[in-house]
Ligand binder design. Structure first.
Ligand code: WQD
Length: 345
């Protein structure tokens, strides 16, 4: 074994893919999850893929005593990857306290667990949302961070500031914050993927659920943006590429290759696609015609976001391997397999 890693939120979408990549890279993994937005069955799926079912602790990390106990039990840990958080942008606008309480308390309890047990390394799951509306493109890590549009986004920004403060005073600790652009896609096996609760807010799950007949019609939110076809541009990134970047970040910390105690990296492909590009690619990859129509702009959406990928390439040696077609075909495979297994239940 290369080392022991705690993955908080390891049953969730990006967490579960990262657990697979860590196990494949030779790490021992312990998953902390309260299953508030995920299923324990995912651990069996991880075993189907890797041959190993990670150790599982069902705990609510926002609860101080549960977190304390769990971190004490696993004090011989080399690094933590922190995914445990609520992530629905719209819900966070309606329920800010719930978002701040859950996302901040679980992070603070995790950091306290690190301090109490001398666990020196943490990788934090951040988001391009910390850039707000960018002043320049592509977005580099030097772009100014701004007050995000939503409480969800603000939990990411404040979390980064806390990590920066902590690593400043505690030179034995190191943190890497990974700022994701738009994660989509699923594991090639079709065994793990995104399973949004209720009606999805994000584009790809909405598209696949429309194609599967679960939803009737896709609304394209705005076609009067200053882009080639009027719809917003985003940098979509395959979740398997993201997962691999986390393993590289863990290796970097455990091998003392980090250049400072607090580092941030963008994780994107550097390529922007419009909403209509995504729809066209979905239709050509699957042969399914989507039922969609143009609608009003959605509040809080910005016109164009895509990453500068140089820092991740130069420092981590990481570049996205998968393109939009792979992302879409894997998401579609996952959606179909999911519908089949749900029908069987
Ligand atoms: C993409 C594009 C929509 C749904 C969000 C969060 C961000 C990160 C990733 C992580 C936009 C359009 C969407 C639909 C549409 N969060 N769209 N019809 O908003 O770029 O980023 O997810 O947890 O923090 O803000 O992603 O997938 O919602 O939207 O036209 O039904 O698709 O307007 O242009 P977004 P998204």
């Amino acid at each position: 074994m290369k080392g022991k890693i705690i993955v908080t939120g390891g049953c969730g979408y990006i967490g579960s893919h990262t657990v697979v990549s860590l196990i494949e890279d030779g790490y021992e993994v312990v998953v902390f999850d309260n299953l508030s937005n995920s299923k324990e069955l995912i651990l069996d799926r991880i075993r189907e893929i890797t041959g190993i079912r990670p150790t599982f602790e069902k705990i609510d990390l926002a609860d101080e005593s549960q977190a304390k106990e769990a971190y004490r039990k696993h004090s011989n840990t080399d690094a933590i990857i922190n995914f445990a958080a609520y992530k629905a942008v719209g819900e966070s606008v309606k329920e800010p306290i719930m978002y701040y309480r859950n996302n901040m308390f679980s992070l603070l309890n995790t950091l306290q667990g690190q301090i109490d047990n001398n666990i020196k390394n943490i990788i934090f799951s951040s988001s391009a949302t910390v850039y707000g509306e960018p002043d320049s493109l592509p977005i580099t890590e030097k772009n100014e961070t701004k007050r995000p549009f939503s409480p969800y986004g603000n939990t990411k920004k404040v979390a980064e500031e806390i990590l920066e403060d902590l690593t400043k005073v505690n030179s034995g600790f190191s943190a890497i914050s990974l700022r994701y652009f738009n994660p989509i896609g699923a594991h090639g096996s079709g065994l793990i993927g995104e399973f949004p609760s209720g009606v999805p807010n994000n584009l790809l799950p909405y598209v696949t659920q429309c194609a599967a007949g679960v939803l009737d019609e896709l609304k394209v939110f705005g076609n009067d943006y200053p882009t080639k076809d009027g719809t917003p541009i985003r940098d979509y990134i395959h979740v398997v590429d993201l997962a691999e970047a986390h393993v590289i970040a863990v290796n970097r910390l455990l091998n003392d290759k980090n250049k400072s105690n607090f580092e941030v990296f963008n994780l994107g492909t550097g390529i922007g696609y419009t909403v209509l590009d995504v729809i066209d690619t979905f239709e050509s990859v699957t042969g399914i015609n989507l039922n969609y129509s143009m609608a009003e702009r959605r509040d809080g959406d910005v016109a164009v976001l895509y990453a500068a990928t140089d820092l991740a390439r130069d420092e981590l040696g990481w570049e996205a391997r998968y393109g939009l077609k792979d992302m879409i075909s894997s998401a579609w495979k996952w959606e179909q397999d999911l519908r089949t297994s749900l029908n069987r239940l």
